[in-house]
Design a protein around this ligand. Structure first.
Ligand code: RB5
Length: 150
């Protein structure tokens, strides 16, 4: 799969570790930065990843900030983006099975590196269950059409 990945300064180290996992598992990626621990604003990086997913230019997105909250708020402003903040394994799995989440958000100040790696691997490898959830996702698309300007 092709991944779009981005973080702010708080997520920079974890982003580098996740990129290693993507490579190890044979995935491609576009790294939208940030590229150091110098303080930046998370919306600038969340926006880049989310636009890419929204336009269908990558299969999945991964965003990291300190808590994961800011990046989640940003990402879910974009059409076709279903971003899920998963700081533990159960939501990582359920966000794929039930919500077909296409953006994984992590809080680098919440999860340790080993747990974060497990979350990423679980999230990447868990399929969408479909069936009864399809109608619910269609309703989300209708909300986007009705209330999002573009
Ligand atoms: C940066 O200090 C921090 O606010 C940011 O990484 C994130 O946690 C925002 O939600």
């Amino acid at each position: 799969m092709l991944f779009a990945i981005g973080s702010d300064h708080a997520g920079y180290f974890l982003k580098s570790e996740i990129i290693k996992i993507l490579k190890e598992h044979g995935h491609d990626y576009i790294d939208y930065g940030t590229n150091s621990t110098k303080s930046v604003d998370y919306p600038d990086f969340g926006k880049k990843v989310s636009i890419t997913i929204s336009r269908g230019q990558a299969d999945r997105g991964i965003l990291i900030c300190g808590t994961g909250i800011g990046m989640t708020i940003v990402a879910n402003k974009f059409k076709n983006v279903r971003a899920s903040l998963c700081n533990e394994l159960y939501t990582a799995k359920m966000s794929r099975l039930h919500n077909n989440a296409n953006v994984l958000v992590l809080g680098s100040r919440i999860v340790g590196i080993d747990l974060a790696k497990e979350i990423v691997i679980t999230w990447i490898n868990t399929p969408y269950e479909g069936e009864r959830h399809c109608n619910r996702l269609k309703k989300i698309s209708l909300i986007e059409k009705r209330f999002l300007k573009r």
